[in-house]
Unconditional design. Structure first.
Length: 385
């Protein structure tokens, strides 16, 4: 069985007249690049990458896949997915394997796993080994552009539909504004629902420590990406200064980035974004050099033990990669460094395209519940999707 065809399709999104906004950027929409692999036996696998902004990014990524990555994939076997993944990393090393190159690698990696699972008639967790049969989910619906009335309505609706955890954006110009937003949402969701806050890299380390202490007092469950993603010294300082768990990782591209954060004890909850981290192979595959630090975090099988060794928890951050979102289904976890028990995987329901149409991520301004979600858990599929 060999890959005989690789087709690329660009789906352009109309600019949203009422775009959502976080502390860093306005997400007016750009579209996605979808690719389909087909074997000589007629089995098809798909992968895609969504862009929340930068209209020309879809064209740039499609060209990179067509001219750089596609020649490496045609003629290979889906069963050699890990070897193909390494070949793509080697080929793109000259101009850098992060950024657009890693997004393209992720889409192809996802499609290869999709082909392999379908060829065997099983969902991909059968290939990786399952730990859990369902995943707790949270609703990311609290965008900065919503006024108090709107954010309360949307967050309350998420809770009414079964979510027991809600994430909101913070990073307003002042601490007082952030405190007001947290209190406003807490009034709407009640005291027994977990509330997480995300500043999208908008603060300095000093500001993040000050606001983190305020969020601790307000009972927030984690403090996500408060400072620039590559500021490992700053994250190490945050992790040691605060009791609230520090979450980051969605803007890290390489396995080495995650290794550095782990070695520095600079993170409590790691959040590999499967677009930027390289797809499922980076998340659950085995390192060629057999190193002990989990690359992009091992969410299943042997490498998951390394996560436990470091006392960390993992949260799949999977916007824009719908196949990967449906395939990454299980991961063990232990206690956080500060002792709080954290269920094994937090899947940002509403981040990926299958649920985006339901508006769970706030793009549509509502929180229509996905039929796949029951009692704030997503069930692991038992058949290929």
């Amino acid at each position: 069985m060999q890959i005989a065809k690789l087709d690329i399709r660009i789906n352009r999104a109309k600019l949203n007249p009422n775009p959502v906004r976080d502390a860093l950027q306005t997400l007016s929409g750009a579209g996605n690049v979808e690719l389909t692999l087909e074997t000589d036996g007629g089995i098809r696998g798909t992968g895609d990458v969504y862009f929340g902004r930068v209209a020309g990014a879809v064209d740039a990524l499609a060209a990179l896949i067509e001219h750089v990555l596609k020649p490496l994939v045609i003629g290979t076997s889906p069963a050699d997915v890990r070897g193909t993944h390494q070949a793509m990393l080697r080929e793109t090393e000259y101009h850098g394997s992060s950024g657009l190159a890693m997004l393209g690698i992720s889409a192809i990696d996802t499609a290869l796993w999709d082909c392999l699972g379908k060829s065997l008639g099983v969902p991909c967790w059968h290939l990786w080994g399952r730990v859990h049969d369902r995943l707790p989910a949270y609703a990311m619906v609290g965008w900065l552009n919503y006024d108090d009335v709107e954010v309360q309505r949307i967050c309350a609706q998420a809770v009414q539909q079964g979510f027991r955890a809600v994430k909101i954006k913070v990073g307003y110009p002042t601490l007082a504004q952030d405190i007001k937003r947290v209190k406003t949402v807490r009034e709407a969701i009640g005291s027994d629902v977990r509330l997480m806050v995300d500043a999208n890299q908008s603060l300095t380390t000093t500001e993040a420590i000050q606001r983190g202490r305020a969020f601790e007092d307000l009972g927030c469950f984690w403090w996500e990406e408060p400072i620039p993603a590559d500021d490992i010294d700053g994250y190490a300082e945050l992790a040691h200064a605060l009791d609230i768990p520090i979450a980051t990782g969605e803007n890290l591209y390489s396995t080495h980035d995650f290794a550095r954060f782990l070695k520095r004890d600079a993170v409590d909850i790691i959040q590999p974004d499967l677009r930027r981290a390289g797809g499922a192979d980076s998340a659950i595959g085995h390192r060629p050099n057999g190193g002990c630090i989990p690359p992009a975090i091992r969410l299943a099988r042997r490498r998951a033990g390394a996560v436990e060794h470091h006392g960390l928890s993992a949260q799949c951050h999977v916007p824009g990669n719908r196949i990967a979102e449906s395939r990454i289904k299980a991961a063990p976890g232990r206690r956080l460094r500060h002792g709080a028990q954290w269920p094994r995987v937090r899947l940002g329901v509403g981040s990926g395209p299958p649920l985006r149409s339901a508006g769970l991520n706030g793009f549509e301004g509502n929180t229509k519940l996905s039929p796949e979600l029951k009692n704030h858990f997503r069930q692991v599929p038992y058949n290929p999707e």
